[in-house]
Design a protein around this ligand. Sequence first.
Ligand code: HEM
Length: 220
Amino acid sequence: MYSVAKKLLVAITGFFLLVFLPVHLGGNLLLLVGKEAFNRYAHFMATSGWIRVAEILLFIAILVHIYYALKVTIENLQARPQRYKWNRASENSSLFSRIMPISGAIILVFLIIHLNSFLINGRWGSNVPTMMIDGMQVKDLYTVVATAFQSPVYVIIYELSFLFLGFHLVHGVYSAFQTTGLIINRGIRRFVMILGYLYAILIPVGYAIIPIYFLLNGIK
Ligand code: HEM
């Protein structure tokens, strides 16, 4: 496959993930509203057929994104085997773009920990607490999340991951627009750069509030 096609696949799946992040954040902010609000939402997420389809698409997008991003990174490394002393990397690209493979790897480790505790254990685990809502017995995922964030170590892992998520997004947003050819003039370049920085700050900060809230407030 041509290198351009691989980069396009990384960019298109990247756009998909850029839509997922605010949607997932919106749902998770219900944790701050209360137990019933969040568990209602979590019950819908766990039982809706449409959400199942969206989740399958999401996991395909994540796998394609990682696979082709890795291929592009390896090809780029192979294309310049000698590292010239005078080739100062900082003069050619930004720090955020150079650490994309590192920030990506950290997000992947975070995702494995995250999906294991909240998706696999929370949705299918045998000792998940339950509660009654509208006469229906539903999983109390709120308590699973709130309990996890009583551990300072867990909270630090999350907060550091969100920092690297921010680093990944600063370059990721710009790069997705660039690769898909949407940056056609200086005005759009400026707009995309501002949008990228805003997105890369607001989304991780939104996520970062949740573990700290539970660490400070305990389980209610
Ligand atoms: C404090 C922040 C977060 C909390 C409290 C949280 C909570 C959850 C919960 C409870 C689930 C279980 C499924 C459900 O929605 O019912 C879940 C699933 C998931 N989370 Fe998170 N999450 C957080 C941050 C993130 C971040 C930053 C990412 C991506 C980098 C992420 C990616 C996912 C994915 C891919 C799934 C599985 C798909 C899905 O069920 O929607 N999460 N999360």
